[in-house]
Design a protein around this ligand. Structure first.
Ligand SMILES: [Zn+2]
Length: 390
């Protein structure tokens, strides 16, 4: 990286508060890293992280392990916009930038390098297990929910929270931060706390953080008042603790005029063929029944809406079973499926000979992400060995 770029980075780091707070407690493990404001119009995470640090300090709450709060897109937060040049939560597949092979071009490139270096420092100077928490808010009104990549360690940790858990998001979004972190085997949960400007979203985000610290045994529930009812303190209309899977995403194209018809709450039931939105004044209908998920009510962003459906407990148990016994090797006995020569977590699938194998089978065995390259599908396994970094 050029001297000029290093100087700019240095100057920005001094000016901006990248690390919101840090605690090194009585034990060496675990280490919790919470992000707020990866999107600059979402302040709830920042406010909640600050509240938790303040309370730990003011009440001298005994703490085991380490806890860090990290600011996301500082510049976009200052300008109160989702992002300045590009979405900081869609850039984590840009390996050339992270490996110092290209120079930063715009604001978000600088933001990404700083966030990356901060994570790297934390990983190198602390003991695992590491739990990454990324707090967001949505443009629509919603009860809080969690999004995860579909790995068994993510499922287990997210089961500590009485909110809906949506898995499989990594198949529909390119380059989110948590998917990138998951590739190194760490637990990584996204928490959507509610609507952007609703003050309740901060309360929800705070309840989520305390619940995470309790679940990771960083704080003892007897150590301070108010934790008994913490799980109940998420402001949910419906208490739904179940797993959902993303079935469909409507992507808004460049220059497309898109608006949702009427008002949908998150997780509201929709029927097949229901009129959902206008795209360039033409009606967009639901291609399947299910629940509408994250309908877009803001200008920036290109995910129009998603459709999710509930996953049965049987499927969850079965997939846990086949993954625990590392039965994924079995998939290679099917014609047209072979192990990748380069990495041990990918399968190469010939779409012609393996046509009969449904994507659902790959999901069951823990292969979520699909990449199409040179006439072949590459299925990437979500459960990974822990490697410190990056
Ligand atoms: Zn967000």
């Amino acid at each position: 990286m050029s001297k000029e770029v290093l100087e700019i980075l240095e100057e920005r780091t001094q000016k901006l508060n990248r690390v919101l707070g840090s605690i090194n407690g009585s034990e060496k493990t675990p280490t919790i890293i919470a992000f707020g404001g990866i999107h600059g119009n979402e302040y709830a995470g920042i406010a909640a992280i600050k509240r938790v640090f303040e309370r730990i300090e003011n009440e001298s709450i005994p703490f085991q392990g380490n806890f860090y709060g990290v600011t996301g897109n500082v510049q976009a937060l200052t300008e109160k916009v989702r992002f300045v040049n590009k979405d900081l939560n869609r850039v984590w597949n840009n390996e050339t930038l992270l490996e110092n092979k290209s120079n930063p071009q715009d604001i978000e490139d600088f933001e990404q390098i700083e966030v990356y270096n901060t994570i790297k420092d934390i990983l190198q100077s602390n003991e695992g297990p590491f739990y990454f928490l990324d707090i967001h808010t949505t443009s629509c009104h919603t009860d809080p929910f969690i999004t995860i990549s579909d790995s068994i360690n993510n499922r287990e940790f997210s089961s500590n929270f009485k909110v809906p858990i949506v898995l499989g998001i990594e198949e529909f979004l390119e380059g989110p931060l948590l998917t990138y972190i998951n590739e190194f085997g760490h637990v990584a949960l996204g928490f959507e706390a509610g609507q952007h400007d609703d003050p309740v979203s901060i309360d929800n985000a705070e309840a989520f953080l305390w619940s995470a610290l309790l679940a990771a045994n960083c704080v003892d529930k007897n150590a301070f008042d108010g934790t008994e009812n913490l799980q109940g303190s998420f402001t949910c209309k419906r208490k739904m603790k179940c797993f959902y899977e993303i079935k469909y995403k409507y992507t808004i194209k460049e220059d497309e005029e898109f608006s949702i018809i009427g008002y949908y709450e998150n997780f509201q039931r929709i029927r097949k063929n229901e009129k959902i939105a206008f795209s360039n004044k033409k009606v967009v209908r639901a291609n399947q029944s299910g629940k509408i998920f994250m309908p877009l009510y803001q200008k920036k962003g290109d995910d129009g809406f998603f459709i999710v459906s509930r996953i049965s407990s049987f499927w969850l148990l079965l997939s846990k079973f086949v993954r625990s016994f590392k039965m994924h090797a079995l998939l290679q006995i099917f014609p047209g499926v072979r192990a990748s020569k380069d990495v041990d977590y990918a399968l190469v699938v010939n779409p012609r000979t393996a046509r009969f194998l449904a994507t659902k089978i790959f999901h069951l065995f823990g292969y979520r992400k699909k990449i199409f390259r040179e006439d072949k599908w590459y299925f990437i396994r979500r459960d990974r060995k822990i490697s410190r970094f990056i």
